[in-house]
Design a protein around this ligand. Sequence first.
Ligand SMILES: Nc1ncnc2c1ncn2[C@@H]1O[C@H](COP(=O)(O)OP(=O)(O)OP(=O)(O)O)[C@@H](O)[C@H]1O
Length: 681
Amino acid sequence: DDGMTEAEALIHLKKSFSNSSSVSSWLITNNDGGKSPCAPGSHEWHGVVCSNGKVTGLRLSGLQLGGTIDVDALSSFPDLRSVSFASNNFTGPLPSFHRLTALKSMYLSDNKFDGPIHDEFFPNLNHLKKLWLDGNDLSGPIPASVVQAEALIELHLERNSFSGELPPAPPPALKSFDVSDNDLDGVVPEAFKRFDAAGFRGNQYLCFAPNPGQQCKRPDVAPPPGSASGLGDILVLAAVIVSAVVLAVVLCACCCGGGGRVHDYDHANKGDTEDTPPVYMVKQGSSATHRRSTSWLGRRSGSSQGGRHRRSSSAAKADDGSTGGGAGDLVIVNDCKGVFGLTDLMKASASVIGGGGGGGIGSAYKAVMASGVSVAVKRARDMNRGTRDAFEAEMKRLGAMRHANLLPPLAYHYRRDEKLLVSEYIPKGSLLYVLHGDRGMDYAALDWPTRLKVAAGVARGAAFLHAELAGHEAPHGNLKSSNVLLAPDFEPLLVDFGYSGLVNYTQDSATMFARRAPECVAGHPVTAKADVYCLGIVLLELLTGKFPSQYLQNAKGGTDLVMWATTALADGYEQDLFDPAMVTASKFALPDMKRLMQIAMECVEADLERRPDMKQAAARVEEAVAAALARVTERQGAGEGDADSRSSHASFVRDESMQRVTSDGERSSRRGSNDDSYGMS
Ligand SMILES: Nc1ncnc2c1ncn2[C@@H]1O[C@H](COP(=O)(O)OP(=O)(O)OP(=O)(O)O)[C@@H](O)[C@H]1O
């Protein structure tokens, strides 16, 4: 309870232990009454660490304690930063310590904790630096969400029974990692190879590289009697395939994209070869695949589901009335990719594509369903600003939007504590990824004319939203390069729009990028002009090729593009602002680049009066792009061949990536093996 004093909370905690004789000093005496154990004059409470009069740690290792640990009691210590329960006899599932979001270190080694690590364990622990769980009986996969433990430096999982493949990526700050002596299999993802090899030993089927001479997959064990695998699975799969074929025939005529265009990117762009991107993003659509994952959709998978959701493709179409059949399943708001249900998603091969690590709406996954359709699934936590009805109405409205530069949602799943938002999967990924990721082929293709196309498309999509969703406080609300996906022809597609009225107000500031506009930071309400600021940042990012620090919560890393550009323009160095990879091949276009830069600067103008509205901004961008493209064409006509400029652009990019090859080690050799290695699970 809230009312518990620290002393009372410790007594509660003690009650949850069996064999608590070693903490017999934990008692409320007549002398000190309910005095805090940290108050001056209090008697000594064994293992309780105080700092500035508050309980900040519990040091209870090796005290032969057993039983369970009462996390409710622990949650009464707001200043608790460190707990050690190592080398005791605690049993049962891992306590829900993820509710103690301020914890910096957790030492739980050498007990008898068993069962899986819950999917939600890591994303909540934003301050956790040290997690020691070695020497227990923990099992199941290491959740992919581990990547979200942003502060984690030490992760020790050795001597347990963890199984399955390693997650696609480790947490960004991790320095020490040990999973030795478990039952892991598969191939160690590139991103883990920076850790000491000793930390991977003792996993019979875990391979460092795909190797014909070595088995990297644990042989299937016989299913336990009565389980739903085997024939049941085959029947379900057959049902999925049959229904998918039927649906495909029925639905193939429908249109998904704007202007009557049909997007079908699943099968385009097969040749993605990607390396490990910088830490602020997770590799796009590759990496370890958890087939029949036990955990990617968390509690929803498996038998805990209840019969209600068992049948495949039991999705409800919103048009049928949002409530009909929709309870607990997916509601399709846009059927251009067919109708599918939660069961289809749960059975899909899933991989993480985004951590939501920067404080976004939630984590994102790619899921390839049995029907062959790939979707992106976002798990969004704090979207309870309005009623369920309002949420459903909004999703329906967004799903019905059609524009060549918008990617409307396909479906959603509503639960009070979490929503799933499903959209078509776009293989090339986001502008963020292409600009700042592996700097591969797609980056090489981002020459001046292509950047112009992206700029114009983003502006057009945003202007359309501003016209259609004029009543919204910020019609897009989350415009940034990670929410600009690129179609195979580099036509930009905006995603995650229209959510600003749905995301919890208090969470809003951290999650929606529009709230980082200077006026919002200063405490003013968000308005449609906040989206214009966001457009400005995307334009600056396109022109400079730099990662904007504005996207990060804490200004660690990236470039403050607004400040940099302001200074450079004031000092007359604007030329230095432009991405050399773009300028080298298109020097003739400098005046046009400057013009677009000028528009970007107007968009990020702090004075709202002077900042244009979206309609004006988009019109200016379109005009500038048209003029710039005309100059490109003129140039080509004049014989300075496109081929020429493109090849010098490409060679610049190649030289750049050569440097990366040498500094990063055997990047190129990794490339070839990357994709195959994951396909084998
Ligand atoms: N439909 C999609 N197809 C392909 N990739 C996608 C799709 N939706 C999102 N992504 C990718 O997933 C990555 C992570 O997405 P996510 O939305 O979780 O992160 P974010 O945009 O940084 O945060 P948020 O939008 O929650 O504020 C994006 O960078 C993008 O590359």
